[in-house]
Design a binder for this molecule. Structure first.
Ligand SMILES: *Cc1c(COP(=O)(O)O)cnc(C)c1O
Length: 465
């Protein structure tokens, strides 16, 4: 047996990693040449790497560490559940206490009549469930032609074949024969990049009305559902103009289609409410959850389903399921996560204290010479980088070149802040304190200064014509 301890020298760990571990969304060769950063510990909002550096995690892992790292209660609950019942399935007329308790709890915290839970191992799997559930729902109602799911370009709904098809990421569609049939994409409400000469308000309406146009073009009889993230996360934290969501809801009320809110990032407090749908005023029939459901302590996703859809699906045998549906350890950990969020009033603290504090500082970053737009909702924010603010110019270099330079400077300054193209994004743990917000802002500003200097030095300070 090979045992790898974090006491091995970093270079040895990196060499073994490069030799055997294939990384997601990475160019393996490039990563191997440089060596992956080895993360060894987490505490609150802070990571430690194998060289002993302490890094402020401005991304909450991958948008998921809502309660922060290092909560021993979570470990205790997992250990207790593993001793008692490490696994059982819920396929063959069986259930178990963690599944029962978590389902009841989710029905309590979810808005409206989203009272039913179909579990999955991840957000991607839950969205695969949603595709099938929406189509089976209409077939059961005698409308089998209602098959198409409308989604948005630059949306992220996961990386399985179904999830990536729902998503609107071109680089993903280019590999492996995606998207599957029956998915239609409309444009995203990204005013900064695509608004042209329209005001944000006009643009928000125009983009929302594309949904109505698509329903007309495809035929209402052929459309099963519309899926969207309340705030696009992986697409670059795209905050739509204020006119967008009310118009979407008006259109959704008018036509007979199901609404699926992908709350994998927005759920469990990220936007300052329990769910992003509450923040944007949207009433979905199905909600995708994952990430903050367990704060990343265990892999788990789920579809929250309204009374009516659950009743229709419940009248037939739904031929769908995963071995790890409602996994007892993950369910116990999710319950403990929700207990911590509730008992410590973490969502309220975000809404009333830390998010307003972060918002004030974050929006000031628009004064940085390279920042054209600074957007933030709750604990998810973005900065659009530009060589010319007035014209909202893109850089002449390939999208992401300057963003990458800035991200490299963040790395060097011990801050995790990601780039999506030439947008910088943050999504810190919800437990971040005001002094930690100050540190985040200081390091982000410094990294932008250095990134801008590097861009100038490399001749990249040029607007696209
Ligand atoms: C991360 C994410 C997913 C996919 O979840 P996985 O657990 O990675 O499969 C789906 N939708 C959104 C909005 C996400 O951010």
């Amino acid at each position: 047996m090979v045992t790898i301890s974090s006491q091995l020298p970093t270079a040895e760990l990196q060499a073994l990693d490069a030799a055997h571990h294939m990384h997601p969304f990475s160019t393996q060769e490039k990563l191997a040449a440089r060596g992956a950063r080895v993360i060894t510990r987490g505490e609150g909002c802070w990571l430690t790497d194998s060289d002993g550096n302490r890094i402020l995690d401005g991304m909450a892992g991958l948008w998921c560490m809502n309660i922060g790292y290092g909560r021993t209660e979570m470990a205790d609950v997992a250990a207790k559940q593993m001793r008692e019942l490490p696994y059982y399935n819920t396929f063959f007329m069986t259930t178990h206490v963690p599944a029962i308790a978590l389902s009841a709890k989710l029905a309590e915290v979810a808005p409206g009549d989203l009272n039913h839970v179909f579990y999955a191992g991840s957000g991607s799997e839950a969205n695969d469930t949603n595709i099938r559930m929406a189509r089976v729902y209409w077939a059961q109602k005698g409308k089998p032609s209602k098959q198409i799911i409308i989604s948005r370009k630059n949306a992220y709904h996961g990386s399985t074949i179904g999830g990536a098809s729902l998503g609107g990421m071109t680089p993903m569609h280019e590999q492996g024969g995606l998207p599957i049939a029956g998915v239609h994409h409309i444009d995203q409400p990204n005013w900064w990049a695509e608004g042209g000469k329209m005001s944000p308000e006009e643009f928000g309406l125009e983009r929302a009305r594309q949904l109505e146009q698509a329903i007309h073009d495809l035929g209402e009889d052929n459309v099963a559902a519309f899926i969207a993230e309340p705030v696009q996360g992986a697409g670059g934290v795209i905050v739509p103009p204020e006119t967008y969501w009310p118009e979407i809801q008006r259109i959704c009320d008018k036509y007979e289609i199901l609404l699926i809110a992908d709350e994998v990032i927005c759920g469990f407090g990220r936007t300052g409410n329990w769910f992003g749908s509450e923040t944007v005023g949207w009433k979905p029939h199905i909600m995708t959850i994952a990430k903050g459901l367990t704060s990343g302590y265990q892999p788990m996703g789920a579809s929250l389903v309204c009374d009516e859809v659950a009743a229709v699906i419940g009248a037939c045998e739904f031929n769908h399921g995963y071995t790890y549906n409602a996994h007892p350890v993950a369910a116990a950990v999710a319950l403990e996560n929700i207990r911590i969020l509730q008992d410590e009033k973490i969502v309220e603290r975000v809404r009333n204290e830390t998010a307003p504090y972060l918002k004030e500082k974050w929006e000031k970053m628009v004064e940085h010479p390279m920042v054209g737009e600074a957007k933030i909702v709750g604990m998810m924010g973005s900065l659009a980088l530009t060589p010319h603010k007035e014209s909202r110019a893109k850089f002449a270099s390939e999208a992401g070149t300057v963003g990458y330079l800035c991200r490299e400077r963040c790395f060097a300054n011990s801050l995790v802040m990601r780039h999506v193209g030439d947008r910088m994004i943050i999504s810190p743990p919800l437990v971040i304190s005001k002094p930690e917000v100050d540190t985040l802002i200081e390091r982000a500003w410094k990294s932008l200064d250095e990134g801008m200097a590097a861009a100038k030095k490399e001749g990249l300070w040029q607007a696209a014509s």
